[in-house]
Write a protein that binds this ligand. Structure first.
Ligand SMILES: Cc1ncc(C[n+]2csc(CCOP(=O)(O)OP(=O)(O)O)c2C)c(N)n1
Length: 578
């Protein structure tokens, strides 16, 4: 066969990466992965970015993948290198992000002997990957690489780990890249069942108070046009889950924003009144549903998801449809009746608009100091809602989700399922590498920023022009908020010392800007945007600000706290009754 060539395992990995269209990978070398690294100079088309910690490599690959829709690649050595990747793998797994992790392993003869830097990484990563491989024969590398990429990106995407012993990388065998895969046990259903589609269309047509809840699946499947089509044709308001944000234009009249624990009040109230909910590529996370038994009590639910295991997992679906969101919506759009102007729909939209007016969840009150909500809203205005926003986890994440109006699609990147602090720096770096055409803003907390800040070194070395907005409240803010509400303001282990972020910027050769008042916010964002390198903007914000609305965990919509006064009343009544 003409295609066949003898090469080492390491060369085979590189050759396979090229065949899969990989241009860049994020990694960190070490003994067990050295044969691979020493082969890289033979493949100048494969760009390697040296991170400062393997967790950073994983999040960067994840951020790259979310921003581009392509498969991100992370590389690490055996033992500690590979275990450092696990948080990033779990993050990608929870959020269905396609990723390939390549790890070195001790030589085959040393496996199971507690060799230096040996860890059973396939065992360790099993629960946090979609699939994983330990490669025991060099000749298997092309097949495994082909399968791994296929599995990572097909059906419900996810991370796949390939662990390759050092001697397998060194040994030679014949390389022939397969055209396809043969995985009889893995055949995701892509098209929706026609009878179910018709049933769903019938339910949607008859509904008087319908809602769409769009999740990450819309973005993963790049089904923006199809979702827009469905919403406009039927006149149904669109709620987006945290990871569904930017799946529907934020300035569209049918756009409603986020539901759930910190969702905008009208969304939770509308869900409570809805008679039909079309749940698209979302998994009824507990942060969305709150107390499941009181979630959407009046609604029949159409649940569209690529993963059959999601259907009925948390919330009963009246019409389940398994399939790829883009394909199912294309089918559904052919069957639903155009009802945008129907009196029922107009009445329902009037009702929803009234709720919006009565519950001004996005109102930013006057305050003495700088409010973080104001910063997020200004960021949205100055960037015209057109930047890629990568957040950490905590209050700043919620404020960014609430106040930034995403006009472009697939531009909100955040760790939703796992809620991984430390995601904000490396994922933003990966997103910027994948999308050099866009401005990438990392909206960070002072806590999360300090978890992975060594990656500033990577960013400086590679001249990656990410802009960082640190909302510095001198606390682990979201935990402080819980202590305030549920533990009578006992602030244990949440007040936080930070380094001088301006000196840190200087140390890494970056532009640093510190803002302490409202007047400085706009100009600083403008200045950061104009600078063609990385910038750290520290916003010194009010320390004890909380995220509202909030439905305390396990409670229902009726127990939503919409503003601080109500929270104080709730605490008083709790204290009185305790
Ligand atoms: C790795 C990790 N550890 C702990 C937590 C728990 N946690 C959730 S939010 C939060 C505080 C975040 O603080 P910061 O990054 O400063 O953001 P803020 O809430 O102040 O905006 C913590 C500790 C987490 N989500 N991830």
């Amino acid at each position: 066969m003409a295609n066949r060539k003898k090469m080492t395992g390491a060369q085979m990995v590189c050759e396979s990466l090229l065949r899969e269209g990989v241009e860049v990978m994020f990694g960190y070398p070490g003994g067990a992965i050295l044969p691979f690294y020493q082969t890289l100079p033979q493949y100048p088309k494969l760009r390697h970015i040296l991170v400062r910690h393997e967790q950073g490599a994983g999040h960067a690959a994840d951020g790259y993948s979310r921003a581009t829709g392509r498969v991100g690649v992370a590389v690490a050595t055996s033992g500690p290198g590979a275990t450092n990747l696990t948080t990033a793998l779990a993050t990608a797994q929870m959020d269905s992000s396609p990723m390939i992790a390549i790890t070195g392993q001790v030589p085959r003869s040393a496996i199971g002997k507690d060799a230096f830097q040996e860890t059973d990484v396939t065992g360790v990563s099993m629960p946090v990957t979609k699939h994983n491989y330990l490669v025991m024969e060099t000749r298997d590398i092309p097949r495994i690489m082909k399968e791994a990429f296929y599995i990572a990106r097909t059906g419900r995407p996810g991370p796949v780990l390939i662990d390759i012993p050092k001697d397998v990388q060194q040994e030679e065998a014949e390389f022939e890249y397969p055209d396809g895969v043969d995985l009889p046990g893995f055949r995701p259903v892509l098209d929706g069942h026609p009878a179910q589609i018709k049933k769903a269309a019938g339910l949607i047509d008859e509904a008087q108070r319908p809602l769409i809840i769009a999740g990450h699946g819309v973005i993963i499947s790049r089904a923006y046009a199809e979702l827009l089509d469905l919403a406009e044709k039927t006149g149904i308001p669109v709620i987006t889950t945290l990871l569904g944000i930017s799946g529907f234009p934020g300035d569209h009249p049918l756009h409603m924003g986020m539901p759930g624990m910190h969702g905008l009040a009208w969304n939770n109230l509308a869900i409570d009144e809805a008679d039909v909910i079309v749940a698209i590529g979302m998994r009824f996370d507990d942060r969305v549903t709150g107390k499941v038994s009181t979630f959407a009590p009046r609604a029949k639910i159409v649940h569209i998801d690529i993963d059959p295991a999601e259907i009925g997992k948390n919330v009963k679906a009246h019409v389940p449809i398994v399939g790829d969101v883009k394909r199912v919506l294309t089918q559904l759009n052919q069957h639903v009746t155009a009802r945008h102007d129907h009196p029922d729909r107009k009445e329902w939209r009037r009702r929803v608009d009234k709720m919006k007016k009565e519950h001004p969840s996005l109102r930013i009150r006057d305050a003495k100091g700088l409010l973080p909500q104001y910063v997020c809203s200004a960021l949205s205005e100055v960037t015209h809602g057109d930047s890629i926003i990568v957040t950490g986890v905590g209050q700043h994440q919620m404020w960014a989700a609430q106040h930034y109006v995403f006009r472009d699609q697939g531009t909100f990147i955040s760790s939703g399922g796992l809620g991984t602090m430390g995601f904000e720096i490396p994922a933003a770096m990966g997103a910027q590498v994948g999308r050099p055409d866009k401005t990438v803003w990392s909206v960070a907390g002072d806590g999360g920023f300090q978890m992975t800040l060594p990656e500033l070194g990577t960013i400086a070395q590679e001249k990656i022009p990410v802009k960082f907005a640190i909302l510095n409240n001198s606390f682990l803010g979201m935990v402080r908020q819980w202590q305030e509400i549920f533990y009578q303001r006992q602030y244990v282990a949440t007040p936080l010392f930070s380094p001088d972020f301006m000196k840190l910027a200087e140390a890494y050769g970056m532009m640093g800007l510190r803002v302490k008042d409202k007047a400085g916010v706009g100009p600083a964002i403008h200045q950061a945007m104009k600078h063609d390198g990385p910038v750290i903007v520290e916003f010194v914000v009010v320390e004890e600000e909380s995220v509202y609305p909030m439905i305390p965990p396990g409670l229902s919509v009726n127990e939503m706290i919409e503003e601080p006064e109500k929270m104080v009343a709730m605490q008083d009544s709790k204290e009185a009754s305790s």
